[in-house]
Design a protein around this ligand. Structure first.
Ligand code: PLP
Length: 282
């Protein structure tokens, strides 16, 4: 809902268009909400393997006011990028994109569901990753491990409007303190250990590569690897039977695993034994 609210507000003028990555969460996994509820056209731009969208592509995709087309009002970037395997957007890239967006009066929104992982990976504060953005959605229930909670951030004026949109969408809550308390707990106590997840993910990926399966580069906590597309469902089922939770990712034979605060390095080794055993038996 927080990404939707941001896109609704940035694209609230009639005939608006929002640029999103073609495999981003906002364009693929939210039932087209910004188009259906927010009435803005989502223009899907090709995403590179590192989670970036070429600055040249962004530039040439900008639609200026014209009787024939919608007008580009917002660009959404996802950091880290889920479908690309938790890749981190470089600071220099963000600066370059921001220069283009400012020049064309285009708002920037960050889907920062995993911004904490990006910050830890780069050794910077999350605010350094968000400095160019007008708004961001950050999530407490991914790397941080809170039971729930996406938080929308922006200027006081923007948040004033966002509260109205949230109310309209049925997201207003009264006794929200109990959620906030859990979120604060994770920020204070679990943020510092995110680097452990990254190490577990790297170890898992290295082990999977040794088994002989193609695996995407790992920068944070997401590991995506390829299995035989024809056997993907069976592979996932066999993992689940043995206690290893993985999910299908994308249209081809990719699967995803995310080591988290409830895991240990021992369990990563067990996961690798499970994967090896399944692959050998095939
Ligand atoms: C990249 C990304 N953005 C946004 C979300 C939405 O999170 P929530 O539904 O908890 O607000 C997710 C959740 O899967 C995600 O992976």
């Amino acid at each position: 809902m927080s990404n939707l609210i941001a896109m609704m507000i940035h694209g609230q003028k009639l005939f608006s268009e929002i640029m999103v990555g073609d495999v981003s969460h906002t364009s693929c996994f939210e039932v087209g909400n910004a188009s259906i509820v927010g009435r803005a056209l989502l223009r899907q731009l090709p995403t590179n393997d590192d989670g970036t969208i070429d600055v040249a592509v962004i530039k040439r995709s900008i639609q200026t006011p014209n009787v024939h087309n919608t007008t580009t009002r917002c660009l959404v970037l996802e950091n880290t990028h889920n479908a690309k395997g938790g890749r981190v957007l470089p600071l220099a890239y963000l600066q370059e994109v921001a220069d283009v967006c400012r020049e064309h009066n285009i708002k920037m929104h960050c889907d920062g569901a995993r911004i904490w992982n990006a910050a830890v990976a780069l050794g910077v504060e999350p605010k350094e990753l968000l400095v160019h953005f007008d708004t961001a959605s950050v999530c407490m229930s991914k790397g941080l491990g809170a039971p729930l909670g996406s938080v929308l951030v922006g200027s006081a004026e923007f948040i004033g409007e966002a509260r109205r949109a949230r109310k309209m969408l049925g997201g207003g809550m009264r006794q929200a303190g109990v959620i906030a308390a859990a979120c604060l707990y994770t920020l204070k106590n679990l943020y510092t250990r995110i680097a452990d997840d990254h190490l577990m993910a790297k170890t898992l990926a290295e082990g999977i590569a040794e088994i002989g399966l193609p695996v995407l580069p790992v920068e944070t906590n997401i590991v995506i690897w390829q299995v035989n597309p024809a056997d993907r469902a069976a592979f996932i089922e066999k993992c689940t039977e043995r206690g290893l939770k993985v999910i299908a990712m994308g249209p081809l034979g990719n699967v995803r695993a995310i080591p988290h605060y409830g895991n240990t390095m021992e369990e990563v080794k067990t996961a690798l034994e499970i994967i090896r055993a399944i692959v050998i038996a095939e």
